[in-house]
Design a protein around this ligand. Structure first.
Ligand code: ZN
Length: 404
């Protein structure tokens, strides 16, 4: 991050981070193509992407601002969508309007990240390695492989306590020679004028981003996820309005569940755990029933053979598996599937060729599948041939009565 931040053009947000409209003079205007142009201005409201904070949005002379980037020699390049054939001429005055909702959301993300990084350091001695202000969550990666739920809870509670204390967040430009590195949460190697951002006596870092003027504007912070990546812990947070929206959603959901289960909110968690347990039991019961059903069906086919079309809902895979163990003579099982049939054929050792011959003879090129003795399986396109296919199997692989 370029913390020494060139001040040409004049960066109005460094004097007033809450400025939403302004005018500026065009210094240069260059068409990229028929629809896009790049403008340079003598002063700007718009924060160029940097330090993990995305570029501002808004309009310049009514043209939609698509991107703001730092160029060479401290230039700020405003990319706009061009509405007409003529670009504003150099020297002309244009009106700048900031998309405030977008900016404020990222001022919350950025300031919240400073506060969280300070509290993670203070309560868990976890240093911030990298940060990302995403469109949905803000991510902080710390130099620790693991933190307990207690440690994380303490850091988040400390951050929320600092929000309620409404601590001032201030910024000042200081010559690097006058900086007391000990005072910084993270030492800086920047030379020249350095911008120090301070949350009262809670945090101080070198940073060129835009921040809130007090912690109270953060509203609330919530930890929503953590994962271990390359030996580090990556934490995901909802900060500010995003966390408020999440709390409102969770509150509505909890109210709905309280009504549905006729249970106090304090019992909701326990109730859902019990349901989960019950569901697992039911799943196990269902599996046992299917196993018993498959046993009945596969014994019937093994004894009476040679083929059967199962009903929709019959446990086809289990029937095929059990039949593979039971039958010593050829057996064919079919079952309805999406736009076709599933098939399973049980054949003794060395009879791979018979499968292809049988399927080709009846289904031509419409079948797919494979396997090895004793079980071959696959699918056939088109359901209309199910019954004749079983008849065909009867003729091809005579059952026990005919074999005797
Ligand atoms: Zn910052």
């Amino acid at each position: 991050m370029d913390v020494s931040a060139q001040r040409t053009p004049q960066m109005l947000f460094y004097d007033n981070q809450y400025l939403k409209t302004s005018t500026a003079r065009v210094v240069a205007a260059r068409a990229v193509d028929a629809a896009v142009a790049v403008l340079e201005l003598d002063q700007t409201l718009f924060y160029p992407e940097g330090g993990g904070q995305p570029a501002d949005r808004g309009t310049i002379a009514g043209m939609e601002l698509l991107d703001v980037q730092k160029g060479e020699d401290g230039a700020v390049l405003h990319t706009v969508r061009v509405a007409s054939d003529t670009l504003p001429a150099p020297g002309s005055e244009v009106r700048l309007e900031l998309n405030w909702a977008h900016r404020f959301a990222y001022m919350q993300q950025h300031s919240g990240q400073h506060l969280l990084s300070a509290m993670l350091k203070r309560t868990a001695d976890a240093g911030t390695v990298s940060v990302r202000q995403g469109s949905e969550t803000t991510t902080i990666e710390v130099d620790r492989e693991q933190l307990s739920a207690d440690q994380l809870g303490q850091a988040v509670r400390a951050a929320n306590a600092a929000i309620q204390q409404n601590l001032p967040i201030t910024a000042e430009w200081v010559a690097h020679t006058r900086i007391n590195q000990q005072e910084l949460r993270r030492p800086t190697s920047i030379t020249g004028q350095v911008r120090l951002v301070r949350i009262q006596d809670t945090d101080c870092v070198a940073c060129a981003g835009v921040h809130l003027s007090s912690t109270g504007e953060l509203g609330v912070i919530r930890l929503v996820g953590s994962e271990r990546i390359r030996g580090r812990l990556r934490l995901q947070f909802l900060i500010g309005q995003r966390a408020v929206e999440e709390y409102l959603y969770l509150g509505e959901m909890a109210s709905d569940l309280v009504q549905r289960f006729s249970t106090p909110v304090t019992q909701l968690h326990q109730q859902i755990l019990q349901l989960e347990e019950k569901q697992l039991e039911l799943k196990q019961e269902l599996a046992a029933l299917q196993l018993a059903q498959a046993e009945t069906i596969s014994r019937r086919i093994a004894a009476n053979g040679p083929g059967e079309l199962l009903q929709d809902g019959d446990p086809f895979p289990e029937v095929a598996r059990q039949l593979g163990k039971l039958a010593s003579t050829p057996r064919l099982v079919l079952a309805p599937a999406t736009a076709g049939l599933r098939w399973a054929m049980v054949l003794p050792e060395g009879s791979r060729e018979d499968v292809a011959r049988f399927m080709d003879g009846f289904f031509a090129e419409r079948w797919k599948g494979g396997g090895k003795p004793p079980l071959f399986q696959g699918v056939v396109a088109g359901v209309e041939a199910a019954d004749p296919c079983v008849q065909h199997a009867l003729a091809a692989f005579p059952g026990p009565a005919a074999a005797d």
